[in-house]
Design a protein around this ligand. Structure first.
Ligand code: ADP
Length: 644
C-alpha cells in the first residue's frame, strides 16, 4: 500500500507522528544549545573572575619585582659625593678623584642591591660615574641624552623606562631621578639612573605559560617587553606605523628588535576581558597560522607606570565543560521525553486493557445471558422429555398389559386348537373309566371284591393318566407375569411337543428332537419359552400339511464362549414350503398372515419375538438348507444373563 492509498486518518496520524519526532529532535537540539550557552557563559564568568584574581596577584608581584630599585636613584641623588662631582667640572677620562669616589660608591651600592648598573648622567646626558667603571665595556662617557628617561629626569620628573642599553646591549628597566643642588636653588644638575634586571621575572614568565596560558607585559607604546611564549617578545599589541616604530627602536632599544609583528590585541577592551584568537602554535613572523585557539584576554595597568600586564586564559576547558553540560542537558531532556513517552504508552496500554476488560465483561454478560436462555430452553426440553418419558412409560405399561393380554389370547387360541386332540385323548380313558367303574359295581354286588378292587385300581391309574394330560394344559394356560429363572431347554421343548402330541400324529409329522435334558440351561421364563415353541411348532405343522415329507427337527447348541456372554441357539426347522422372498421380509409385521381368514391372526411371530427379546435374546427366520423354514431362538445362558 502506498502513502497515497492510506486512509486519511492514518495519513494524519503519520503526519502527527512526524511532527512529534521533529519537535522532540528540535527540543533536544535546543536544550543542547541552551545548555552549552549557559554553561559557557557561566564558565566565562568564572574564568574571568579567576583570571582577574590571578592578574591582581601577578600585578602586585611584578610591581614588587620591578620597583624594588625604584628608590635607589633618589638615594643616589642625595649623595654628597655625587653632588660634589656634578658641581665641578668633570674629567673627561673619568680618572678624577671625585669621579673615582663616586664610581666606587656606586659600585658598592650596585653590589648591595644586586642591580645591573647604577650610574650618574650630567646635564648633557653623558655618563659621568658608573658602578661598572672597573669593566672595560663600562658605560662611562656613553650618551643617553636621546633617551626619554634622561629627558624627563633632566626636566625634573622621575621617570622609569624599559630599554636596551647601547653599550652592553642588555635589556633592563631604567629608573631615572633628577639630582638637584640646594646650593644652586634646587636646580637640576644631573640625573641618577639605576638599571634593574628582570631575568628572574622572565624565568617565572616562561613557567606561567606552561601552567596557565600565554601572558605578557607591554609598555605604554604597546611593545611587548616580557612574554610567554618568548617569541612574542618585542612584538606590538597593535600594528604601529613605521615612523613610530623607528622612534621606539632608536630611543628605547638602540635601533634593535621591536615592532617585527603585531599581536593585534585590543588592550582597552581587555581591561574588562575580551575574546581573542591565536594560532595554536605561537605565531612567528611570516608564518601562516594553522589551527587557531581561543583565549579570554584580561589586562591590568601596573601601578605608577604605563605598563600593562595581559593574561590569556585558555577557553578550551570552558568549552569542553560547556559541551559536556550541553550534552547532559540534551540527555536530561531526552530522558524526560522518553519518560513522557513511556507514561503515554503506559496510559494507552492501561486504557486499552480497561477497554478489553469492559469488552470481556460485556462478552461474559452476553454469554451468561445466552447460557441462562439455553439453560431455560434445556430445562424446558428436560421437562418435556420427562413428560414424554412418563408418557412413554405409561404407554409401555399399557402396551405390556396389552401384550400380556395378547399372549394370553394366543395361548387360549392354541388351547382351542388343541381342544379336539385333548378331547380325543381324554375320551378313551374316560370310556374305560366308565366301563371299569360299572364293572366294579357289578363285581361288588356279586361279592367279587378282588376284581372290583383291580378295576378300581385301573380307574385310579386312568384318572392319573388324564390328570397328566390336563396338568400341562393348566400350566400352559396359566396367566403369569414373566419371571426369568434357569430353564432346561430340553424340558421346555418336551412340554411343547407334548401339547402337540395328538396333532403331530394326525398330521403324520415325524419329530427329530435332538435336545438332551440337563444339557443346556437358558435364563428365561419357561412358560413363555414354551409358548414361543408352541407358536413355531404350530406354524411348522401348518406349513407341512401338503408336503409329502413332513419332518420337524428341533436342535439346540451353545454359541460363543461358555462363560459370560454365552448364548444358546434353539432351532426349529421343518420341511414345509419355506418362505417366498415377499413373505420373509414381512414375517414379523403385526397382522401379517398368509392363512385363510379365521385361521391366522398374524400375531404369533410378533409376540414370540417380543417375548424372546424380553429375555435378552432374539428370534430370527431363514430358509432351511434342504428346503423349508428354520426359526432360531437365541437365548441367554444363566452366566450370560447374570453377567449382563
Ligand atoms: P399366523 O400363524 O396367525 O398366520 P404367524 O405370525 O404365526 O401368524 O405367522 C405369520 C405367517 O408366517 C404365516 O401366515 C405364514 O405365512 C408364515 N409362516 C410362519 N411359519 C412358517 C413356516 N414354518 N413355514 C412357512 N411359512 C411360515
Amino acid at each position: 500500500m502506498t502513502a497515497a492509498e492510506l486512509p486519511s486518518a492514518a495519513r494524519r496520524l503519520l503526519r502527527l507522528r512526524a511532527a512529534g519526532i521533529f519537535l522532540m529532535l528540535f527540543l533536544l537540539v535546543l536544550s543542547g544549545v541552551l545548555g552549552y550557552r549557559f554553561s559557557e557563559r557561566a564558565g566565562l564568568r568564572d574564568l574571568r573572575a579567576n583570571t582577574s584574581h590571578q592578574l591582581d596577584l601577578m600585578t602586585a608581584a611584578i610591581d614588587r619585582e620591578v620597583t624594588r630599585h625604584a628608590h635607589i636613584p633618589g638615594v643616589v641623588a642625595l649623595n654628597s659625593e655625587v653632588l660634589d662631582l656634578l658641581r665641578h667640572p668633570i674629567d673627561a677620562k673619568g680618572e678624577g678623584a671625585r669621579q673615582l669616589a663616586v664610581n666606587r660608591h656606586l659600585e658598592r651600592l650596585n653590589a648591595h642591591i644586586d642591580g645591573l648598573a647604577v650610574f650618574v648622567l650630567d646635564m648633557q646626558g653623558i655618563v659621568v660615574a658608573s658602578s661598572d667603571w672597573i669593566y672595560s665595556d663600562n658605560v662611562l662617557g656613553a650618551d643617553f641624552s636621546y633617551r626619554p628617561f634622561f629627558r624627563a629626569a633632566a626636566a625634573g620628573t622621575p621617570y622609569r623606562q624599559y630599554g636596551v642599553d647601547a653599550v652592553r646591549n642588555e635589556p633592563g628597566y631604567f629608573f631615572a631621578h633628577p639630582i638637584r643642588d640646594e646650593r644652586q636653588d634646587w636646580r637640576v644638575i644631573g640625573v641618577a639612573v639605576v638599571k634593574s634586571g628582570i631575568a628572574s621575572l622572565e624565568r617565572r614568565w616562561l613557567a606561567h605559560e606552561v601552567a596557565e596560558g600565554p601572558a605578557l607585559i607591554a609598555d605604554g607604546n604597546g611593545v611587548v617587553l616580557l612574554a610567554s611564549p618568548p617569541e612574542w617578545k618585542y612584538a606590538t599589541l597593535k600594528p604601529l606605523s613605521g615612523e613610530v616604530i623607528a622612534d621606539i627602536r632608536r630611543q628605547q632599544f638602540d635601533g634593535r628588535a621591536p615592532g617585527a609583528f603585531s599581536l593585534d590585541v585590543d588592550v582597552e577592551a581587555a581591561a574588562d576581558g575580551t575574546l581573542v584568537s591565536f594560532p595554536s602554535a605561537a605565531p612567528l613572523p611570516g608564518e601562516t597560522p594553522r589551527g587557531r585557539r581561543d583565549y579570554l584576554a584580561l589586562s591590568r595597568n601596573l601601578p605608577e607606570s604605563a605598563w600593562r600586564l595581559l593574561v590569556f586564559a585558555n577557553l578550551r576547558p570552558v568549552r569542553a565543560q560547556a559541551l559536556t553540560h550541553g550534552a547532559l542537558a540534551a540527555a536530561a531532556v531526552a530522558c524526560l521525553l522518553l519518560g513522557m513517552l513511556y507514561l503515554r504508552q503506559r496510559r494507552r496500554v492501561l486504557h486499552s486493557r480497561l477497554e478489553n476488560q469492559a469488552l470481556l465483561k460485556q462478552a461474559n454478560q452476553a454469554l451468561e445471558r445466552s447460557v441462562a436462555e439455553r439453560t431455560a430452553d434445556l430445562s424446558d426440553a428436560v421437562r418435556r422429555l420427562e413428560a414424554e418419558v412418563g408418557e412413554r412409560k405409561r404407554a409401555e405399561q399399557t402396551l405390556r398389559a396389552a401384550q400380556d393380554e395378547l399372549v394370553q389370547a394366543a395361548k387360549l387360541a392354541v388351547l382351542g386348537q388343541l381342544a379336539t386332540g385333548i378331547t380325543h385323548e381324554l375320551n378313551q380313558p374316560l370310556g374305560a373309566v366308565r366301563t371299569l367303574s360299572g364293572n366294579a359295581i357289578e363285581f361288588m354286588r356279586r361279592g367279587n371284591l378282588e376284581t372290583a378292587a383291580d378295576n378300581l385300581r385301573i380307574v385310579g391309574q386312568l384318572a392319573e393318566q388324564m390328570g397328566s394330560i390336563i396338568t400341562p394344559l393348566k400350566t400352559f394356560a396359566r396367566k403369569s407375569p414373566a419371571v426369568s429363572s434357569a430353564v432346561d431347554v430340553a424340558h421346555a421343548v418336551a412340554s411343547a411337543l407334548f401339547l402337540f402330541d395328538q396333532r403331530l400324529q394326525r398330521s403324520g409329522v415325524s419329530v427329530d428332537n435332538r435336545c438332551r435334558p440337563g444339557e443346556l440351561i437358558a435364563w428365561c421364563d419357561q412358560n413363555r419359552l414354551q409358548q414361543v415353541l408352541v407358536n413355531l411348532i404350530g406354524n411348522a405343522i401348518d406349513a407341512m400339511t401338503v408336503q409329502p415329507v413332513r419332518r420337524l427337527t428341533i436342535a439346540a447348541e451353545r454359541v460363543g464362549s461358555s462363560g459370560a456372554g454365552g448364548r444358546i441357539a434353539l432351532a426349529v426347522a421343518d420341511t414345509g414350503g419355506g418362505f417366498s422372498p415377499d413373505v420373509i421380509g414381512r414375517l414379523f409385521e403385526p397382522f401379517f398372515t398368509t392363512k385363510p381368514a379365521g385361521e391366522g391372526l398374524g400375531l404369533g411371530l410378533v409376540i414370540s419375538r417380543d417375548i424372546v427379546r424380553d429375555f435378552g435374546g432374539d428370534l430370527t427366520a431363514e430358509s432351511a438348507p434342504g428346503g423349508g423354514a428354520r426359526f432360531v431362538i437365541h437365548l441367554p445362558t444363566q452366566q450370560g444373563a447374570s453377567a449382563s
